[in-house]
Design a protein around this ligand. Structure first.
Ligand code: ATP
Length: 366
């Protein structure tokens, strides 16, 4: 069942469309990350969902009920939404328990219910033992868990998280990511999680919406975004990749084609149908290239140990490529590198339109 439905939502600040005609459906209990670079409109999206901003156009519905349209604006406090901010936003003069129970006090719940629900929420985030502490005597991770507990006590149907881990160190982030997932499993809430960190989004989300300049470029599972990016912006933003110019030799099925890249034929996956002679950019993930005796001569530019394997940057016929290797290489060394597969994105041009192509990329169209 759809929990959240955005239809052609636009929010302008002066002449800038911070959110530009976004349509998006999020299923009930789904964990969706909105991923994008700084300034792409993520926070504005979240504020629109929370009811902290009014949209200029379009509608937002929760569980089939319109909460935002040109004529309707359901205020934040009656949207059944909990927000976990980057800044935690805890009351400094209140204890952990008072902070966590605050939404229940505002709702005027009986005291016994407040105490019971607050205790359960603090136990869920493993903070029951610190319930009488003030925020200043907590670590950053503990403060964020209080913010999470405060969200839990209110039992909202929709939880919005705005870069909740941005202020934490890497070790703590990993722990908190696991806690957020556990929280999601327990809370039966739909979660929308804002982040600019693709690794974080890949770890945590059922689906990721990649945002750029106020628009959603693609919404898909982490695997699909990585394997089948809708365009080069998504490919660059999600995971590590190398981009190589190539030309379609022939389609081998409606999802695959033989592509000529650096003078070799590579069978690549495709997101759209193509014809011989179409120019493409081949997105090659590091695990799709390897050191092989029959590979092309490649000059090692850089090598870094990742633990168990090496990340190697090489140059082949003037093109840069990143691969993983299981042995040490040294800058300046020439190694044989084969590209095993890739994902080809059509540039919308024909090879003949591109003018003079570098020698390594020339090919004969059948
Ligand atoms: P960040 O990751 O840096 O927080 P973001 O993706 O969350 O960025 P938004 O905060 O949604 O981006 O901002 C999107 C665009 O809208 C930016 O260009 C920003 O400067 C602009 N903007 C946001 N809020 C306002 C405002 N109240 N008035 C004017 N412009 C705004």
């Amino acid at each position: 069942m759809t929990a959240i439905d955005l239809s052609s939502i636009t929010k302008r600040f002066g002449s800038l469309a911070a959110v530009d005609g976004v349509s998006l459906s999020i299923r009930s209990r789904e964990f969706v990350a909105i991923l994008g670079a700084s300034g792409c409109g993520k926070t504005t999206m979240l504020r629109l969902l929370a009811g902290l901003e009014r949209a200029d156009a379009g509608t937002i519905s929760f569980n089939g009920k319109v909460v935002s349209s040109p004529d309707i604006h359901v205020p934040p406090e009656t949207r059944d939404v909990g927000v976990v901010f980057q800044s935690y936003a805890l009351w400094p003069h209140m204890t952990v328990a008072e902070n966590a129970g605050y939404p229940l006090r505002v709702k005027g719940l009986p005291r016994a219910d407040q105490a019971q629900r607050t205790r359960a929420a603090l136990e869920a985030v493993e903070l029951a033992e610190l319930s009488e502490r003030k925020p200043h005597a907590l670590s950053g991770g503990q403060q964020q868990r209080v913010a999470l507990a405060r969200c839990l006590t209110a039992r909202p149907g929709l939880v919005l998280m705005d870069e909740p881990l941005a202020n934490l160190d890497m070790h703590l982030r990993e722990r908190m990511l696991a806690e957020f997932r556990a929280f999601h499993a327990r809370a039966e809430a739909t979660i929308v999680y804002i982040t600019h960190d693709q690794a974080e989004a890949m770890t945590i989300a059922d689906r990721i919406a990649v945002m750029d300049q106020g628009k959603i470029l693609q919404i898909a599972s982490p695997e699909e975004l990585y394997r089948k990016p809708a365009n080069l912006t998504v490919a660059r933003f999600v995971g590590v990749s190398s981009m190589l110019e190539g030309v379609v030799e022939r389609a081998t099925s409606n999802q695959r084609a033989l592509v000529s890249v650096l003078g070799r034929s590579i069978e690549a996956a495709m997101g759209q149908s193509v014809e011989a002679g179409d120019a493409v950019t081949l997105v090659v993930r590091p695990e799709e290239a390897s050191i092989r005796a029959d590979g092309m001569p490649a000059l090692v530019l850089r090598s870094a140990y990742l633990g168990g394997r090496y990340s190697v940057d090489v140059e082949i016929a003037g093109e840069r490529l990143k691969l993983y290797a299981d042995r040490r290489t040294v800058p300046g060394e020439t190694i044989p590198v084969a590209i095993l597969s890739g994902f080809a994105i059509a540039t919308g041009q024909r090879a003949s339109d591109q003018g003079r192509m570098p020698a390594g990329k020339r090919f004969a169209v059948a």
